[in-house]
Structures are given as C-alpha cells and as structure tokens.
Design a protein around this ligand. Structure first.
Ligand SMILES: NC(=O)c1ccc[n+]([C@@H]2O[C@H](COP(=O)([O-])OP(=O)(O)OC[C@H]3O[C@@H](n4cnc5c(N)ncnc54)[C@H](OP(=O)(O)O)[C@@H]3O)[C@@H](O)[C@H]2O)c1
Length: 214
C-alpha cells in the first residue's frame, strides 16, 4: 500500500518506519520538511516527505498523527477531495493546551463528544477509524511485552475501513477490540489520559492496555 501520514512528530515517524518495515511505501506530510531529514536518511528508499496535500493524494490509506488542536486544520489543508472514500487511521487525542492537573491531561472535548466524531462529521465521505491513540509511540509497532499481546481498541462507522485497520494491527502485533461505531471514540480517546497518569506522576511510561476475557 501507499501510506500517507499527516504528521511529522514521533507518532508519524514511528508508524512511518513501521509501515516501511512491513513492506509499504510511506510519505509523511509536514509544513516544515527539514524536520524529517534524519527520518528520511534512516527510513530508506520507500520513504518520502511532502505537503499535507501531496500526502493525502499519495495515500491509499491515510494516517492522521498531528496535535489534536490542529487536526481539523491539517485535514482542511490536505483537501477533502484528496482523501474522500479513503480509510483514515486516526491516532489523535483532543489534548487541550492547558497543563495536566496532578498528572491528568485536560481535553477540549466533553464526555459526550470526541475528536474523531468532530472529524468524521466534518468529512463524511472519508472513513475514520480510531486506532493507536491509547498507547505510547514506542509500543505502536510490534510491542514486546514478554510474549503477551496488548489490546488495541478501535472504533469507526465503516466495516471495510475497520477491516483494513485490523489487517494492519494483526501485522503490527496487536490483539484487537472493535468497540463499534464512531461514538465509541468517546471512551477510547480518554484512555490516553489514563495511560499518561503513571508517566506524569511517577515517570512510568512502559505499559499498554490488555482486556482480560474468559
Ligand atoms: N506521542 C505519543 O506517544 C502519542 C501516543 C498516542 C497518540 N498520540 C497522539 O498522536 C498525535 C501526534 O502526536 P505526536 O506526539 O507525534 O506529535 P504532536 O507534537 O502532537 O504533533 C506534531 C504534528 O502536529 C502538527 N502541528 C502541531 N501544531 C500545529 C498547528 N498549530 N497547526 C498545524 N499543524 C500543527 C505538526 O505539523 P508540522 O509537521 O507542520 O510541524 C506535526 O506534524 C497527537 O494527537 C497525540 O495526542 C501521541
């Protein structure tokens, strides 16, 4: 696949390298290409960099991995016609600019709303799937927890798009819990708040969620 990644931060670069490792072509989008010089050098010939618009045109699937407050703006810059009918892997969290309170991140959404719902309703022709939002970047690709697969929670309205994402997650070494439609992002996005609390309070960042079942 051609994978277009909107976002030059640690998530965009980590997933970019992961997709390349698994045989895909990757183009990362940014407004300042020089940020990606080191990534380009290390990522090899299947890696490239472009504008948000070029990336949206390039991708058979798109990853959105930008600061939550910028997500709408970046998608507008990418041009909705360039990602219409495509699967969008939505890694973003609606983290507000205000500082965490006792290690608890503040969100700009409320509990009966989510960033992915806002994006999905703004771009109804595209198929958003929440994924990778509830774990730190070092664990996104083939996480190693002594042989135990952690759980990735996903949600989205389009079953075909979720099928694409499930294939990716299987390759990337995840157990999958499909939580249903776009509204489930109201429950998945706040998992990032929970994930970060041990980090902010005790500098513990080496964990992932696992749903125990019987
Ligand atoms: N870091 C993690 O471990 C982690 C884990 C799970 C989920 N997430 C979520 O994944 C997303 C990406 O996180 P990240 O840590 O990789 O990077 P980030 O610092 O949250 O975002 C970097 C990207 O956001 C863009 N951006 C930032 N401010 C902008 C603005 N005002 N206008 C337009 N674009 C702007 C940057 O654009 P330029 O390229 O043009 O500079 C860059 O591409 C976030 O929503 C985060 O909550 C992060």
């Amino acid at each position: 696949m051609n994978v277009g990644i909107l976002g030059s931060g640690v998530v965009g670069q980590t997933l970019g390298s992961g997709f390349i490792k698994h045989g895909h072509q990757v183009k990362i989008g940014t407004s300042s290409a020089s940020k990606l010089n080191d990534w380009l050098k290390s990522a090899g010939s299947n890696a490239s960099v472009g504008s948000f618009e070029e990336v949206a045109k390039f991708g058979d699937v798109i990853v959105i991995a930008v600061k939550g407050t910028a997500a709408l703006n970046v998608l507008e810059k990418a041009g909705s016609k360039n990602f219409a009918n495509k699967t969008i892997l939505d890694t973003t969290n609606p983290i507000a600019d205000a500082a965490p309170v006792n290690g608890v991140l503040q969100y700009f959404t409320n509990q009966n709303d989510s960033l992915m719902e806002q994006l999905q309703s703004k771009f109804p022709e595209s198929n958003f799937v929440k994924v990778f939002s509830c774990v730190g970047s070092p664990f996104m690709v083939n996480p190693d927890f002594n042989g135990v697969k952690p759980t990735m929670f996903i949600a989205g309205n389009n079953e075909k798009a979720k099928g694409v994402v499930k294939n990716i997650l299987n390759t990337f070494g995840w157990e999958i819990e499909d939580m249903g439609n776009v509204e489930a992002a109201r429950a998945i996005e706040p998992l990032c708040i929970l994930w970060c609390i041990p980090g902010f309070r005790e500098n513990r960042w080496m964990h992932a969620f696992k749903l125990l079942k019987k």
